[in-house]
Design a protein around this ligand. Structure first.
Ligand code: ZN
Length: 309
């Protein structure tokens, strides 16, 4: 990226660690740090101190972007805007993530879900360039998705919770435990194919399941339903599937095969068949998607403030 791009502080707030960076884009990261997610006060204080430190080394940054695990409150008119709300993570319910940063740094801030951030990052710099609407889904410890439409991240009543989309129970499942593992829903995507759900249902951690395990066909089919429903509701130009579970190389082609069968020729576009590999793809930013996503959020805030000014 050019040196003209504004200097941004990026925070990828995750359930196990807060990844922070100071930079201008993927090719220009000046500093990074990993801060373990302990209890909120301590973690957020450490993040604030680190940002002050890098500010003293590199000068003022133009904005802060935060991509946060959730659920979060994204409604700027709400009293709890910038809060993590009902997370199952102990100690983190009703945590004001932005408040301390606002007291410390008087710069524009953007706050969004980690997956919305990743969607924006892939759109700007990765596998989603020129693809609008764009959906980014990560399948890992949980299943979450971000949506970009008309150049903006989709918020709404709350924010998309794509991972909890309902799907038919996998047919003739050979899993040790056939039922879905989500405590809220019997038949949602996350309950069938998140890493922990795979481990519970098949009795083996996903990374230890053999490549030819029937588990992977099932993961492919569940994700094909997810992609079909996304296609039919949002009509995206591309769907990006990332996260630890997708690191199993064989899964993506299984999703492609099952998706084509499920769509059954209903939508006549090359992306639904011959160009399926362009339509449902892997991310390009890899492990950096979350952090670069936060940076992308910060850049958006900086640009918006400059435009207004
Ligand atoms: Zn669920």
């Amino acid at each position: 990226m050019s040196g003209e791009a504004p200097l941004i502080a990026a925070i990828e707030a995750g359930g196990t660690k807060f990844n922070c960076a100071l930079g201008r884009g993927p090719g220009e990261i000046l500093e990074t740090v990993r801060i373990p997610t302990t209890e909120p006060k301590q973690t957020l204080e450490e993040v604030g101190r680190w940002l002050s430190l890098v500010k003293s080394r590199h000068g003022a940054f133009a904005a802060i972007g935060v991509g946060c695990f959730g659920p979060v409150d994204l409604d700027e008119k709400s009293q709890t805007y910038g809060y993590i709300t009902t997370t199952p993570k102990p100690g983190w319910q009703n945590t004001d993530v932005l408040g301390g940063l606002k007291n410390r740094f008087q710069v524009p801030m953007a706050f969004d879900t980690d997956v919305n951030g990743a969607a924006l990052g892939e759109y700007l710099w990765g596998a989603g360039q020129q693809k609008d609407p764009l959906v980014y889904v990560t399948i890992g410890t949980g299943v979450g998705g971000g949506v970009l439409v008309n150049g903006r991240l989709l918020h709404g009543l709350l924010h998309p919770e794509i991972g909890h989309m309902q799907v038919p129970p996998p047919k003739k499942s050979k899993a040790v435990m056939r039922r879905g593992q989500c405590p809220f829903h019997a038949h949602c995507v996350e309950g069938y194919v998140s890493g922990p759900a795979i481990a519970k249902r098949w009795g083996v951690r996903p990374e230890r399941l053999p490549v030819d395990s029937p588990a992977w066909e099932e993961v492919g089919e569940v994700l094909a339903y997810l992609c079909m429903n996304l296609t039919l509701t949002l009509s995206p130009k591309r769907i990006i599937l990332g996260g630890g579970v997708m690191e199993q190389e064989q899964v993506l082609s299984m999703v492609h095969g099952a998706f084509i069968k499920l769509m059954n020729g209903y939508i006549r576009q090359p992306e639904m068949n011959a160009k399926i590999g362009d339509y449902i793809t892997r991310p390009m930013l890899g492990a950096n998607a979350g952090l670069l996503g936060a940076l992308a959020l910060g850049r958006m805030a900086a640009n918006a403030a400059a435009g207004r000014g």
